[in-house]
Each structure stands twice: as structure tokens, then as C-alpha cells.
Design a protein around this ligand. Sequence first.
Ligand code: UD1
Length: 346
Amino acid sequence: MGKKTVLVTGGAGYIGSHVTVELINAGYDVVVADNMSNCDLTCFEGVKEVTGRTDIPFYRIDCCNQESVETIFNAHAIDALIHFAAYKAVGESVEQPLKYFRNNLDSFITVLSVAAGHGGCNVLFSSSATVYGETDRLPVTEESPRQPAMSPYGATKQMCEDILESSVKAAGTGIKGMALRYFNPVGAHPSALLGELPRGVPNNLIPYVTQTAIGKRECLTIFGDDYPTPDGTCLRDYIDVVDLAKAHVAAVGRMVDGKMKKDYEIFNVGTGRPVSVLEIVRAFEKANGVKLNYRFGPRRAGDITAIWADPSLANRELGWTAQRTLEDTMKSAWEWELHLAALNKK
Ligand code: UD1
């Protein structure tokens, strides 16, 4: 049997680039599509360097454009498709909901339509723990009910899950589907050649931490110290991006090897370990031997107290478990920030 081909939309972005590396390492042929709306070529160049592959097919296209997506399906026999091409800033989605609904729904509907038109394929959708909303049943299993979305971004994740499930159920599409619900993806590749490239002031914790440590930001504000948690700060499940990428390889393998138990499956991808904001700060300081300037501030609107995964279904069914320690992750995040600083100096 020849090599299987995986199309990764949004493959030049943060998670997509790490997934591309792990797929290539696992022996897949990968085709990357990206419109570069929220990244530059840094990570894709990093992918080539890390894998030693300079011949990865790259299509600079917008997945909302059906003709462009057709071009890829006409040129390659796609066995599986991983869809990352979407906007992801929660706050921006509240300010510009139509931009989010238009892009995130249209791009997914377009790739699904083209896939169905070509006889179907295995489709893995990049979902999020945000679909669970505010829940007090912790840890969260895949059976936990989805709550009303807390942002248009979250709503697009829920809707895309539903669109995929309906497409799988409909006769004749030839589509099998899987949704991976990520908890908080963090860290960077150990080579420090690919990682997250936040635009402007970061909203997420880890980029804010690393930018503060390097002096780009003056001080990290920890949002709230009076939550009902052991140290008063929020609890999250921080999943290392390389572990997350390996979960995709396991998921694609399950799909292309015909091992799915249902035609539409959902898996949580997390560590199962709740970590507080203060623990992140301490782990970052310890792993890298740097002091972080931080202060406590008021709670951030919309934050939930605690959420973490029950990853046992993914552990069992995908044969995947998060391996990297918090120390590994914090080191990689810092190395990446240092790499970016070095690039800017050139
Ligand atoms: C959010 C999204 C999630 C998305 C993730 C992307 C929601 C409900 N969650 O998660 O869907 O996958 O971003 O990474 O929309 N914090 C500070 N100071 C800061 C920044 C953050 O104290 O400067 C705290 C927050 O209060 C929170 C924790 O750090 O407790 C993590 O925050 P963040 O990285 O923004 O992720 P989430 O809000 O959990």
C-alpha cells in the first residue's frame, strides 16, 4: 500500500505546522493549504527545516474559494483532511461576529463540499473545549453536554462539529469525521523553529508570559486571585502543542486504517491535569531560571473558574497520551520567544 496523503488546511499556522511535522515524521505525504491571513512563512520554513523536506506541496489559497480547493483535490488523491483554517481570537469574534461566522463556516463547508464531490474522505475537525462552555462537572468527558456558546468563535466550533456530523450522516458524501476538542494548546517545537506567532498584544497566557519575560511587556496581570481554587487562580488543562500534534497522527491513523467505531467520533485532547495560572508562572520561572514580573488584577470577563479534560477515551481508543512535562513545555515556549527575538535582530 502506498503512502497516504493528508491535506492540512491552515497548515502554516501554529497548530497546523506542528501537525504537519508529526505527520511527515510518521510517514505521511502532506499537502498544505493556507491563505496566510494570520501567519507568515516562519513556521512553514521551520517545518521544512525540521523535517528536511523542501518539497512539501504548498497552496496559498483561501478555503472559502471552491475553485481553489478543487485545484488541490484535482492534483492529489486526498485520504484525509485536517481542517485548521479558521479565525481563533475569542475577543475579536465578539466584536466582529459576522467575519467569524462567514469565514469559519464558509471555509469548512467549502472543503467538505469539494471532498464530497471527489467521493469523500476522512475529515478531522479542529474543535475546542470551548464547546463545553461553563461546566461544573469536572473533569469533562465527551459525554458532557455542550452548553450555549460563550462567543461567536465558540459558536462556530459547535456549528462546524454539527456540519461535519450531518455530512457524515447524509447518504453519498463518503465522508467520515472526527472532532478533536483541544483544551489549552501551549508551547512550541523543541527545535524552537516553529511556535505561536501572536499578532499585537497577546490575549492568551503563555505568549503573554514569554513576552513579559523577554521585556516586550512590562508586567503580566494574573486575572483574579479569588477564584474558589486551591491558590485562588483559574485552573486549565494546558496541552503541549507537540503532544497535541501527535494526537492528530493517531487520529488520522485510526481513520485511514478503517479503525473507527462510528463514522463520526469525538475525542478530548488534554492532559487530564488541572494547572493554575500561578503554577504556570512558577513552572516557567523554574524551568528557565528567569524571574517574571507579575501582579494580580481583577477577573477577566467571560473566564470560567476551572476546566480540564478527562482524556481517557483518547488514551484508550487512539492509544495516545500526553507525554511532555510542564517543564518541557515552558522551556520550549521560552526557547521559541528567544528564537523570535533573534530573528528580529537580523
Ligand atoms: C481561550 C479560549 C479557548 C481557546 C484558547 C486558545 C474560551 C472560553 N476559551 O481559553 O477556546 O482554545 O483561549 O488558547 O473562549 N490569564 C491571565 N493573564 C493573562 C492571560 C490569561 O491571568 O494575561 C489567565 C486567564 O484568566 C485564564 C488562563 O490564564 O485563567 C488561560 O487563559 P487563556 O490563555 O486566554 O486561555 P482560555 O481563556 O482558557
